[in-house]
Write a protein that binds this ligand. Structure first.
Ligand SMILES: Cc1cc2nc3c(=O)[nH]c(=O)nc-3n(C[C@H](O)[C@H](O)[C@H](O)COP(=O)(O)O)c2cc1C
Length: 202
């Protein structure tokens, strides 16, 4: 198939659209972030990239902490709202009807409506250009109990998470196959006593 070549730009899609919460000098805030990703498995680390002009940038640089909350399609409106309004003039928790919950390791609040909230501490900041990348250690992961089945497996596929692709929000999932399906032999049970990994080693 022929392809057209464009000038350099951001085109790595889909990406997450997460709600990042912070607390600094007695104020709580939320920012929608798409330039976010896992950057290391062990120790678990992730990154978010922010423009210095964001209020959240000042708050996270000041506090050295933040929480990445994974939103669901039900709160898509709040996700968009937190991405177009600044906490300088709006209380986004109140306006977005989002509920604060206590974190365990950081001062910033979790968002109760998000099924997964990841508590993070900044380990370094890389000033890249338009965005500065905050690389952070994951200190704790909070998961909604409703999504954990009787065998202790997290059924994230039931959460209806949200993602972002080229200017549009999408609902994740129509499940396809489980990881490793391309090489798996048919109907072979895992040897007893050995639990299959839920995710590939990355
Ligand atoms: C889907 C979406 C993704 C966004 N991703 C980022 C991002 O990765 N980094 C960033 O600095 N701003 C991003 N923004 C813009 C901020 O969310 C927006 O400027 C926000 O109002 C800043 O809030 P604050 O000033 O309260 O921190 C995004 C906005 C939307 C709608």
């Amino acid at each position: 198939m022929p392809k057209t070549t464009w000038k350099p730009g951001t085109m790595l899609y889909p990406v997450p659209a997460v709600l990042v919460t912070s607390r600094f000098e007695g104020k709580d805030n939320i920012i929608t972030v798409s330039w976010a990703g896992t950057v290391c498995t062990e120790p678990p680390m992730l990154s978010i990239s922010l423009r210095p002009e964001r209020l959240s940038y000042t708050m996270i640089r000041g506090s050295g902490e933040f929480v990445v909350n994974l939103p669901v399609e039900k709160i898509a409106r709040a996700v968009d709202f937190c991405g177009v309004k600044s906490g300088r003039d709006t209380d986004k928790f109140a306006a977005g009807r989002l509920t604060k919950a206590r974190a365990h390791k950081v001062a910033a609040p979790l968002i109760a409506e998000c099924p997964v909230s990841i508590e993070c501490r900044v380990s370094r900041v890389i000033e890249l250009g338009s965005h500065h990348m905050f690389i952070a250690d994951v200190l704790a992961v909070n998961v909604e109990e409703r999504l954990i089945d009787k065998r202790g497996r997290l059924r994230l596929e039931d959460a209806r998470l949200l993602c972002y692709s080229h200017g549009q929000y999408f609902s994740v999932y129509r499940p396809l196959e489980k990881f490793g399906f391309s090489v798996r032999r048919k109907k072979r049970a895992a040897p007893s006593g050995r639990k299959r990994r839920e995710e590939p080693r990355k």
